[in-house]
Write a protein that binds this ligand. Sequence first.
Ligand code: GDP
Length: 297
Amino acid sequence: QQKMQRGLEKTRTGFFQNILNTLTNCQIDDDLYNDLEEQLILADVGPACAVRLVDELRDEVEKNHLKTGEEALDALRGIICQELTPRYPLELDGHPAVILVIGVNGVGKTTTIAKLAHLYKEEGRRVMLAAGDTFRAAASEQLELWADRAGVPLVQAGQGADPAAVIFDAVKSATAKGYDMVIADTAGRLHNKKGLMDELGKISRSVKKASPEASLEVLLVLDAITGQNAISQAEEFCRAAGATGVVLTKLDGTPKGGCAVSVWENLGLPIRFVGVGEKIDDLMPFDAQTFVESLLP
Ligand code: GDP
């Protein structure tokens, strides 16, 4: 809770503070709804989502005969929480549990992989990493540094190697050595939809081939600093790439954390983790309730 509060400090003291102020000692009328809509958009919730949330609030105020701003605020908290709550659980019960991580360069993909390794290692899982971004030589080197820091083994091949082959080897090796989780980097270049689809399709097939009992999550890493822009850029790709969830990084570095609220509306994907700093333990499993309480205390 404290970590989330710190991570969301800029967002909370920025645009969400205005929402709190607006709903304190106010009259519930059309002006209020218009103000709220505007403030949600400023908080980077995205226009379509902001309109819908305010409509839902209006319905709830009428249905439940809410009178005060505080009651409306409570209703708004509930509505945002509902919006952020994942519709289905994260699937990690395969043998091994495989997590593919995709995202454009610079969003925090490598750091996120290390943080995930750390988090699950702390939970007592045996984690192996796979350097599936064979496109950038630097990617593999970076990942090696982080693997050392996290204290987990890394399977890698030379630059230009087939990513599906690297990940196949990692899953095979994990299975043989009794590791229960493989977290794989991918080149995940979002500028070429067909290339990405083909590559990820091939990787998914090689995971299943290496271990028919593997489970597969494909996490799309988005940078909260670029907020709605990141989301609209990801829109056309994430379904194509078969992404199953989102990691929202750099929440600590932006007042635009409100973008989280529209991830489901725009991408149809649940947020699974949030990054709240640069250190290895600065990744948190996403919890809607904690998030909302940190935004609108
Ligand atoms: P990649 O190119 O996507 O693999 O990105 P990196 O993992 O190398 O991260 C790019 C930069 O973002 C680095 O300077 C990271 O320290 C930083 N970064 C990643 N996640 C977070 C986060 O949650 N918060 C902050 N403040 N910085 C982050």
